[in-house]
Design a protein around this ligand. Structure first.
Ligand code: FES
Length: 279
């Protein structure tokens, strides 16, 4: 006996109700036998294919008129989710870069080495740093071109140049303010213990956090859609993006929502209560 659910939610009803509605239908269908489920899945697939084709044509037309309008539309979380579901837009660049590095890590680990993303220089360049054995391995250049670079270019075709930067992290001299590699950004006292301090420096949005004496500095850009996270709520050392709720650990920038998408981190040095950041 087929259970009939109430009418599909009207446009006035909330998205949450729509999602619940779908969940209830799925629960019913999951109790059906295989042949009935196959019919439902076939119907679902056909409807989705039709929607995908319509969306593809819509995107093509809007793109011709205004790429900006298309980008703005994709910033809506529902639109973004739908386009991602139909694989009509790629995941964010940061996510694809992390996927590429995750792909090559097992082979680097087998040589007691690793690779980390240092910087993304839009529009077409990324910098990586080899660590561990790979950092002083004469074959690391070969490793880069053969493994890391290929993986990055495969996942991120918009990236044309992959540059291996030095494994040495520059440290400021006693006269740090004069060292052009480091910028004096603030004092430790200015950074709230259970909060964040946002600063704009040379056109970059920075976010500083502090846990006792340990200071961390991140690019103030959510790895989901690049929005500022400075106004996000901080609780138990976690910062929540005010836009769609991605959560980040403030000690190291790890993303709890999507572990492959940590915040971009900058080296920090504290001297006599003054905080220097290497951009
Ligand atoms: S921009 Fe979407 S979670 Fe931050």
């Amino acid at each position: 006996m087929v259970q009939v659910l109430p009418q599909i939610a009207s446009t006035q009803e909330t998205l949450e109700e729509l999602v619940n509605q779908i969940g209830r239908y799925e629960a019913i269908v999951s109790a059906w036998d295989d042949s009935q489920q196959a019919v439902v899945m076939g119907l679902k697939g056909a409807i989705e294919a039709l929607h995908k084709e319509a969306l593809t044509r819509l995107i093509r037309t809007v793109k011709q008129e205004s790429i900006t309008a298309l980008r703005q539309a994709a910033e809506d979380e529902v639109v973004y989710g739908l386009l991602r579901y139909h694989e009509l837009i790629k995941p964010p660049l940061s996510q694809r870069l992390q996927q590429a590095l995750a792909e090559v890590r097992p082979s680097l680990h087998s040589h007691n080495g690793d690779v980390e993303l240092v910087a993304v220089r839009l529009p077409d360049t990324v910098e990586v740093r080899f660590t561990g054995t790979c950092s002083h391995c004469p074959a690391s250049t070969l490793t880069l071109s053969d493994g890391v670079e290929q993986a990055i270019k495969r996942h991120c075709p918009e990236i044309l140049y992959v540059v291996a930067v030095s494994t040495e992290v520059a440290t400021p001299s006693a006269s740090s303010p004069e060292d052009p590699a480091w910028r004096l950004v603030t004092s430790v006292a200015e950074i709230p213990e259970a909060g964040v301090l946002d600063i704009k420096l040379e056109g970059k949005r920075l976010l500083l956090s502090r846990s006792g004496a340990q200071v961390s500095c991140f690019h103030d850009a959510c790895t989901h859609l690049g929005r500022s996270i400075a106004a996000g709520a901080v609780s138990n050392g976690l910062l929540t993006c005010p836009e769609h709720g991605f959560q980040y650990r403030l000690t190291d920038g790890a993303c709890l929502t999507a572990p492959e998408m940590p915040l971009q981190r900058y080296p920090v040095r504290v001297e006599n209560g003054r905080v220097f950041v290497q951009l």
